[in-house]
Design a protein around this ligand. Structure first.
Ligand code: ASP
Length: 343
């Protein structure tokens, strides 16, 4: 009889889930991944086969960068044909950034890549790690009509599965550490696993799976705050290697409309350096032109981030700059949903 069990690859990158207390310093540090699995004998009861791999030197996700994203994308690329789904164990601090980046780097994905982690180490009595890990594996192993039910990059935490590029870390203590304010959960875990079929990404299964590894650097993220001044802005934006800018604006995409600020941004747009407008609100969308304070931004060619998260906007900017698009198509493509990251 053919083996119909799903084959899942568990990839450990680091983070609290696999950490242990250093008795000398009291700080949490990474420990051996094989030891981590000894803490969850329940994994053997799951209806799927699980193989594991790990970063050679697991990291606290505060040290995450694009080189590690490429390392992770490469592991998935090399193992893509051998597995039905991937579960990535990652620190929660920058999980939304990495998972958003991977959603752009992995084009035409037809298998699940589910990020998870925990607020307490797996060895802790009250740990949230076991439920997060076990349910992530079950979700990654879900099959329908002989293929993976979920075909996108997701994030599972505290009973909810989200589209990864819609998430933000919202709490440093609660087990419910993530939210997706502009998109509903893809699945919820209670007595039963409830899958929100209508919310799932529908891939074009005829298109070839492609991994993009060119992620641009030299981008700037500038958060608006009352009192932001000309010297600061001009200093930051006169950085000669700057390739792109994200402004985190107020409400529906508003910023000071004082001339010095608009001129500083226009120096970039005139040089074909993309400027993206993302709201600093956790929910809702940028609508340039709704208020007087966003009209000049629209006029000088600022790109609308619509309802994208800052995490996904950064990832999308790095990804699209790596594609070397023409300035005109850059704006159109950025304002188009590529992986379900915006309306
Ligand atoms: N500092 C840790 C990390 O992001 C926190 C966690 O694992 O949740 O790697």
């Amino acid at each position: 009889m053919a083996n119909t069990e799903a084959n899942i690859l568990l990839i450990y990158t680091g983070g609290t889930i696999g950490m242990i207390k250093d008795f000398e310093t009291g700080a949490l540090k990474s420990f051996n991944f094989d030891d981590l699995l000894k803490h969850i004998p329940e994994l053997k009861l799951l209806d799927c086969t699980i193989e594991t791999t790990s970063f050679e030197h697991p990291i606290d996700s505060s040290n995450m960068n694009a080189r590690y994203w490429v390392q992770l994308a490469t592991i998935i690329e090399e193992k893509y044909q051998d597995f039905d789904g991937f579960v990535v164990l990652h620190g929660s601090d920058t999980m939304s950034y990495t998972a958003s980046a991977l959603s752009f780097m992995l084009e035409n994905l037809t298998k699940p890549v589910i990020f998870t982690g925990s607020q307490l180490p797996i060895g802790d009595l009250r740990t949230d790690a076991k439920e997060n890990l076990i349910t992530s594996i079950q979700l990654a192993a879900l099959r329908e009509k002989g293929r993976s039910k979920i075909a996108e990059v997701c994030l599972y935490f505290e009973y909810k599965l989200y589209r990864a590029n819609r998430t933000t870390k919202i709490n440093a203590e609660h087990f419910e550490a993530f939210a997706s304010l502009n998109y509903p959960p893809l699945a919820e875990s209670g007595v039963h696993l409830y899958i929100n079929d209508d919310a799932l990404y529908r891939p074009n299964r005829r298109k070839r799976f492609k991994v993009h590894k060119s992620m641009a650097s030299n981008i700037v993220l500038l958060k608006m705050f009352p009192g932001i001044d000309i010297e600061t802005v001009n200093h930051i934006l006169s950085y000669p290697q700057i390739k792109g800018l994200i402004i985190e604006t107020y409400g529906s995409g508003n910023a000071t409309n004082e001339a010095w600020f608009i001129e500083a941004l226009e120096r970039l747009t005139k040089n074909n350096i993309p400027v993206i407008n993302v709201t600093q609100c956790s929910g809702g969308s940028v609508v340039m032109g709704l208020y007087e304070t966003s009209v000049p931004l629209k006029k000088i060619g600022v790109i609308s981030g619509k309802d994208i998260t800052t995490e996904a906007a950064l990832a999308k900017l790095m990804y699209l700059l790596g594609q070397h698009l023409s300035p005109h198509s850059f704006k159109t493509i950025f304002e188009t949903s590529l992986r379900g990251e915006m309306i």
